[in-house]
Design a binder for this molecule. Structure first.
Ligand SMILES: *Cc1c(COP(=O)(O)O)cnc(C)c1O
Length: 396
C-alpha cells in the first residue's frame, strides 16, 4: 500500500489519514497510547544531543509523546497550519496563546462576545500583571483601527461570538492588526476548524477547545493551538515552560474523534439549521441567533468566509416568561440535556445571560436567552421533545 493519500487535495481524505504512521507500530493502524514521563536515551551523546533541542522529537513526557504528535499532525492538517500544539483544555490553549505574546505594559483588544472564562482570564489575571484590556464590538470591522495604541500587541477574536453568535470580519480585523504590528488570535471552536480556514483569513494563531467538536463525544478536556512555522517554537516553549501538556489517552480519543469530524459536523449542521427554522416559527421565540440565518448579526460575513455551520446557536424567548415556566420546560426535556460544554453527540439547551458578559456593547433584549446545541438524534424526536416542552412552558 502506498500511503500517499495524505497528500490528496481533498481534506476529507487527508483527515482520515493525517498523523497516521502504521509503519511505526508494526502495521497497527492507530497509534498506541504512549503513556510516559521518562524517555530513555541510550548514550550520554544521545542525551546531550536531545537536550540541545528539547522541542524536537520525544524528549520528556511534558514535551509530548508520539500519541500527542500524531494528534497535532492531524489538527494542523485540519486547519491547514504548519504546526499544532495540544494542551490540557481549551482554556489552557487560550492562556498559552495570550501569555506567549504579552508582557507588563502591553495592551490587548478582545471581542466583547468572547467566551466568558476567556474574559475572566483577561480581567482577573492578566490585568494583575500590568496588561490592559479593551473590549470591542464584534461587528466593528476595520473601525477597530481607532482602538489601537502603541502598546497594542494582540487582538483576540472569537467568531461567531459565544452565546450571541455575532460573526466578526476577521479579514478586516487581521489587516488592521498587522498594519499596527499586532497579532490576531482566533478562538475557532465553533467551526470545529472545518468550516472556517483561519490562515486563509489572516489569523496568526487558531485555538480550539478540542473538548468540543474534535473530541466530539463529551468525554475529554483538550485544547489545541495551530499556527505557521514562524510562531511554533515560541508558543511551544511557552506551553512547556508553563507546564501545559495533554494526556496521551485524551490525545488518542481526540484523534479518534477527528477521523469522523466531517460526518458528525454535517449532521450537527443539518439538525441545527432545521431546529433554527423550527424555532423561528414559534410564537414563544422573538429571535433565533444562528449565523446561517439572514437576521443574525454578521450573517453576510458568515456567508462570505465560512463553508458551513456547526450545531450551536441561540434563541431568545418572548418577554414575560416566568422562571417556573422555563423550569417546567427544561426540567422535563427527554433529549435536550442541561449542562455546560457542547460539541458531543447529544442535544443540549441551557439558559444564558449575555448581558452579564459584555461591556463594549449593550444587550437590549429583555427576553430569556437560551443556547441550543443540536445533537445527532433524529430531528423528529428533537422537535417532538421541544413541542412537548413548549406545551409545559405554556401550561397547555
Ligand atoms: C468550551 C470553550 C472553551 C474552553 O474549552 P475547555 O476545554 O472547556 O477549557 C473555549 N472557547 C470556547 C468558544 C468554548 O466554547
Amino acid at each position: 500500500m502506498a500511503r500517499d493519500m495524505v497528500n490528496s487535495k481533498r481534506r476529507d481524505t487527508r483527515l482520515v489519514h493525517a498523523g497516521s504512521h502504521p509503519e511505526m507500530h508494526r502495521g497497527v493502524m492507530n497509534p498506541p497510547v504512549f503513556r510516559g514521563s521518562t524517555v530513555l536515551f541510550p548514550t550520554l551523546d544521545a542525551m546531550e544531543k536531545a537536550s540541545a533541542e528539547p522541542l524536537e522529537g520525544v524528549y520528556y513526557g511534558r514535551h509530548g509523546t508520539p500519541t500527542s504528535f500524531a494528534l497535532e499532525e492531524a489538527v494542523a492538517e485540519l486547519e491547514s497550519a504548519d504546526n499544532a500544539i495540544s494542551v490540557s483544555s481549551g482554556l489552557a490553549a487560550i492562556t498559552v496563546g495570550l501569555i506567549s505574546f504579552l508582557g507588563t505594559g502591553d495592551h490587548i483588544l478582545i471581542a466583547d462576545t468572547v467566551y466568558g472564562p476567556t474574559r475572566a482570564l483577561c480581567d482577573r489575571l492578566l490585568t494583575r500583571y500590568g496588561i490592559s484590556v479593551t473590549y470591542f464590538d464584534p461587528l466593528i470591522g476595520e473601525a477597530i483601527s481607532n482602538l489601537f495604541t502603541p502598546e497594542t500587541k494582540l487582538v483576540f477574536t472569537e467568531s461567531p461570538g459565544s452565546l450571541t453568535f455575532e460573526v466578526q470580519d476577521i479579514p478586516a480585523i487581521t489587516e488592521v492588526a498587522h498594519e499596527h504590528g499586532a497579532l490576531v488570535l482566533l478562538d475557532n471552536t465553533w467551526s470545529g476548524g472545518l468550516y472556517f480556514a483561519p490562515f486563509d483569513h489572516g489569523v496568526d494563531i487558531s485555538i480550539q477547545a478540542a473538548t468540543k467538536y474534535i473530541g466530539g463525544h463529551a468525554d475529554i478536556m483538550l485544547g489545541t493551538l495551530s499556527m505557521r512555522d514562524t510562531h511554533y517554537q515560541h508558543v511551544k516553549s511557552t506551553a512547556v515552560r508553563m507546564g501545559y501538556c495533554a494526556a496521551p489517552d485524551v490525545c488518542y480519543l481526540a484523534l479518534r474523534g477527528l477521523r469522523t469530524l466531517p460526518v458528525r459536523l454535517a449532521r450537527h449542521e443539518k439538525n441545527g439549521l432545521a431546529l433554527a427554522e423550527w424555532f423561528a416559527a414559534r410564537p414563544e421565540i422573538v429571535q433565533v441567533l444562528h449565523p446561517a440565518r439572514p437576521d443574525c448579526p454578521g450573517h453576510e460575513i458568515w456567508q462570505r468566509d465560512f463553508t458551513g455551520a456547526s450545531g450551536l446557536f441561540g434563541i431568545i424567548l418572548r418577554d414575560g416568561i416566568a422562571r417556573e415556566q422555563l423550569a417546567d420546560m427544561l426540567d422535563g426535556m427527554s433529549y435536550f440535556g442541561m449542562g455546560y460544554s457542547w460539541g458531543g453527540f447529544e442535544s443540549l439547551m441551557i439558559p444564558t445571560s449575555p448581558g452579564e458578559y459584555r461591556t463594549a456593547t449593550k444587550w437590549t433584549e429583555t427576553g430569556q436567552a437560551l443556547r441550543v446545541h443540536a445533537g445527532q438524534e433524529s430531528l423528529d424526536d428533537l422537535i417532538d421533545d421541544l413541542e412537548r416542552g413548549f406545551r409545559r412552558l405554556n401550561g397547555t
